[in-house]
Write a protein that binds this ligand. Sequence first.
Ligand SMILES: Cc1cc2nc3c(=O)[nH]c(=O)nc-3n(C[C@H](O)[C@H](O)[C@H](O)COP(=O)(O)OP(=O)(O)OC[C@H]3O[C@@H](n4cnc5c(N)ncnc54)[C@H](O)[C@@H]3O)c2cc1C
Length: 445
Amino acid sequence: MRRGQLRLDGSECSPWLSGVAAAVVSLRFLNDATTAGNGPSLGESTRYDVCVVGAGLMGLSVATAIAGDLPGVSIVVVDKEAAVAAHQSSHNSGVVHSGLYYKPGSLKAELCVAGRELVYETCEANAIPYKRSGKLVIATTHSDFPALDELERRGRANGLTGMRRIGPGEIAEIEPGATGLAALHVPEAGIADYPRLAAHLANELESAGTAIVTDAAVTGISHGDSGATVDIGDERLMAKVLVNCAGLHSDMVARMAGVAPSVRIIPFRGEYYRMTEQAADLVRGLIYPVPDPRFPFLGVHFTRRIDGTVEVGPNAVLALGREHYRGTSPDWSELTSIVSHRGFRTLALRHWKSGVREMIDSRSRRLYARLARSLVPDLKADDLIAGGSGIRAQAVDDRGNLVDDFVIETAGSTMHVLNAPSPGATASIAIGRHIARQVAPMLTN
Ligand SMILES: Cc1cc2nc3c(=O)[nH]c(=O)nc-3n(C[C@H](O)[C@H](O)[C@H](O)COP(=O)(O)OP(=O)(O)OC[C@H]3O[C@@H](n4cnc5c(N)ncnc54)[C@H](O)[C@@H]3O)c2cc1C
């Protein structure tokens, strides 16, 4: 665990992280707290009611909901990085999903719909940038129609009252740069500044007395009747309940706690291009293809982000390590461990052709542009500038299925969020409340 001063200057952070850097100003470290004596830290009290591992949107939302539901409960949030929301929560498309895609009755459907409104409300109440910009899901070939029909059915079942099926004329009115045979227009969808939302949650938690400790990688967990013992390097803390929100590492953290998780996290990298300023006028809001129903990924789409820039992506290629954001030389030990997973091997055998195609497209700006041109025909390869990337924590089961729904498992005094990919950011506040309701009886038992 780092005990020194935190660098407060956000200038070296990626633009995605600059909002987060602002919140980190008030994070407390063991030494700082000991000398300044301001509030809880690992050094002052190693006993907490609840320890949340991971300070992404999920961990921060879980802590917020527990603090709201159970005043007086002591909470510590620990994260291995120097700032909150350093991984998926700040490396995503920034879309507030409507709930269109998800199987009615699933956790994803329920928590995305509830979470969407909670994200909008929280942003509105706290001056966090957001916009209900609406979105088009466009069928570009007749073969897309059955999947578009199914999306429409799911959207209605999930309560999307504003959703409408539209034809080519209306597509052109809403998005003059786009083309298609038919589309769903979903006004409930939008965009938000998720790093700012995470920064806000962290600030609020700290003001209310929750300890957020960064540079604190959890390296060991044991748990019994009286709760969990958590090792953070050579430091140790105790908590009655541990909630694992470690994203890309959540299955490893579960294993540390002696739990055999039902799934394994496979990291899928999503790479983005940014449109040049001149070409960005081709896109007003959110333009999506009809997704391939075999995969939980939504397909390369166009997103006008909250800062006004337009991104194209993300694709979905196997990441060469859980945090392998760029470059081609793999993290061999992680790659070996991925390939040794039976479920991954079955998945790879089943879908190797589409996997290889995605990898080839990802290596060429020209091929990426060709893919995206089916939605926005005037797009040229020269309109694209290489952008950032994010890595999805996607769970795969032993039979090689990409797990579609959110997965949250409980074992004794520990809870584990084992699959929370997209729309996880949208759903995060609702997931936090869902988990807090289960933590309450665990604390009193
Ligand atoms: C490319 C991409 C695009 C996406 N687009 C969208 C979108 O448009 N809309 C949407 O709703 N969702 C989207 N998502 C999904 C969304 O970003 C995630 O569901 C959400 O951010 C998950 O939050 P989290 O807190 O679970 O994970 P994370 O943000 O990854 O946080 C996990 C935290 O755990 C910490 N950690 C890990 N191991 C340890 C350890 N041993 N000890 C201490 N700390 C540890 C990490 O440092 C990290 O901070 C996207 C995701 C990706 C990758």
